[in-house]
Design a protein around this ligand. Sequence first.
Ligand SMILES: C[S@@+](CC[C@H](N)C(=O)[O-])C[C@H]1O[C@@H](n2cnc3c(N)ncnc32)[C@H](O)[C@@H]1O
Length: 277
Amino acid sequence: MEQSTPPGEPAISLHDFTDIDHAVEPTYVAALEAFDRLPLLRELKALAVERTATGPGCRVLDVGCGFGLETLRLARLVRPGGTITGVDLSAAFLDEGRRRAAAAGLDVVFEQGDAQQLPVPDDAADVTRAERVLIYLDDADRALAEMLRVTRPGGRIAIIEPDFDTNTVNVPDVALVRAVLAHEADTAVVNARLVRDLTARLAGLGLADVAIASRMVVFDPELAAQYFGGIGATAVRDGAIDADAGERWRAIVEERHRRGELFGAVGYYLFTATVPG
Ligand SMILES: C[S@@+](CC[C@H](N)C(=O)[O-])C[C@H]1O[C@@H](n2cnc3c(N)ncnc32)[C@H](O)[C@@H]1O
């Protein structure tokens, strides 16, 4: 646990999503569930379903599915006649996904694999989606090409990713906020600003009908305390701010959280597109 995380809120480090089997699993399961509950992120998921026409009979692939929070919802939507496959790097997440699918009586194939080299044949999916995954990948272009390869001609692709430079939190010391949030955007993941080039990259791959939607996703108070508390501690650890500034950050986040006044948000984008042919 990070030193300056508010009491009762284990810190999450986004770095761990590149190798989750070595992370503290219950913390990350809880964190992904907290993200999944966010109403404004839910709106983007629903728009992804609508814009990809995901419904009965569809063959859907969820790339970087985690333990299947959205995958299981989609499994219900594609009945009857559809199929759903979730691919993720994490064996632990996939086991949890299989457990949840069995408990819900849902037929989901969970396969271990790398988004940059999908263990899926060509044209196997009508709809391929990836949510909060490409930002972690060394070669996002390779993953995009893979999504294209496994989706049939005329099929649809949906991608949901954040832009880290949109992060915002109501710590009143603006210079401190800038230092902590810039450090997070510069270091948390390899592709923190990926969304800015995604339209051009999708069009460059020959995808048609590229459309965008976005939401400024407001975090619930616990997730805001956990995430924004954690990135202050990381900034101290990496020397981006000194220990006194880190203590100030911790105290403000904790106090605002205690008073029910903490506000934190991150901007997320949905991209949808059609595979040519
Ligand atoms: C933030 S989580 C999102 C999980 C899920 N899409 C959701 O919305 O709940 C990121 C996921 O990407 C997975 N991941 C990271 N690198 C990957 C890779 N190279 N190939 C496949 N999955 C990967 C992680 O294991 C983790 O499950």
